[in-house]
Ligand binder design. Sequence first.
Ligand code: RM4
Ligand code: MN
Ligand code: MN
Length: 396
Amino acid sequence: MNDKAVEVVWKALDRLAIELPSWGFANTGTRFGKFIQPAAATSIQEKFSDAAQVHKVTGACPTLALHVQWDLPNGLKDVPEVERLAKQFSIRPGSINPNIFQNQEYKYGSVGNPDPAIRRMAIRHILDCVAISEALGAPDISPWFADGSNYPGTQNIRKRIGYFEEGLREIHAALKPGQRLLLEYKPFEPAFYHTDIADWGMALLLAKAAGPQTLVLVDTGHHYQAQNIEQIVVWLLHQNMMGGFHFNDRRYADDDLTLGSIDPYQIFRIFHEIRMFEWETQTTADIAYMVDQSHNLKGKIEAMIQTVCTAQELYARAALVDHGSLARLQQECSLVDAEETLRGAFWQDVRPAIQEWRKSRRLPADPMQAFRTSGYLERITRERSEKNRNTTASYA
Ligand code: RM4
Ligand code: MN
Ligand code: MN
């Protein structure tokens, strides 16, 4: 790789920040059960501590997404403790994820529930999350609505759209300047017939109805097979509606596997469209790059380090696309050469350049090895195994 290419890679890496999910360090599983790991985090303190390890070896993860239900069970009252941990571990609180799916009340939905009292409860909770986000100086609130139904005819889908429009408008009205509401969509699960926010179109229309500080969040696992995700990203960018990602990979449905483990070209294509957009418009897209993964078999911290390194590699490769020539080739409809321009960047081995970047930023050249030799995993395994032995089936 020539000096110019190395510089492009370094510049790209300097601006790529990846947000880790607190729940990614906790014991998670499938609907069949959980495999408890002796080193898994069972408290917010441990989640901050583990995230700090990932940041320490990668230098790319300054923020931690928090789930209010699991991390701030007392709501606003827990803010001082989160602030203390953020300071102690030098990790800033990231997106605030409301809990509108785990309470018994939400059996038939939250903001889309036919019962006005339950809709009120859900809206009130999200308003609390807006206040938490403000108090923590963490501007993104990312609700994921599990609302939907399992059987045809059992719910009035159109009425529920109205409930969502109304509820989201009320939430939007509480946002302070700079705060953003990121709407995540998902086609199915836990609901198996209809989901109220099933795809990007529904999320986009609801976001527009709610107000200008509402944007769309794309979880890469939340699409039907074969859907062209980068095209969705292009549309959202074009509409200035792209708020953030929940990155993960999948083979079948919402599998929450590590990023790029099944289809690295998919993530590369997404990164490419974002870089191309930024090059064409001479702007920087304000996108929150967040991870949403569940490592039920892999070691949590190692899986997270692997994810971040993969994201850096794919982002660096996308940065290497020669936008000037690609634009020209596209204009000329030189199909093979245009495609090869893209593929050529994808097949570059950026790992040596990334290693050099790490060294120049005083980071370990090999983050995984640095973590493995740090002794951290052995220490937390000793300290946490007893507690984990007695762990129950909850996520937190
Ligand atoms: C959903 C979605 C949300 C996450 C929950 C636990 O499938 O991806 O982002 O909060 O899972
Ligand atoms: Mn998600
Ligand atoms: Mn998901």
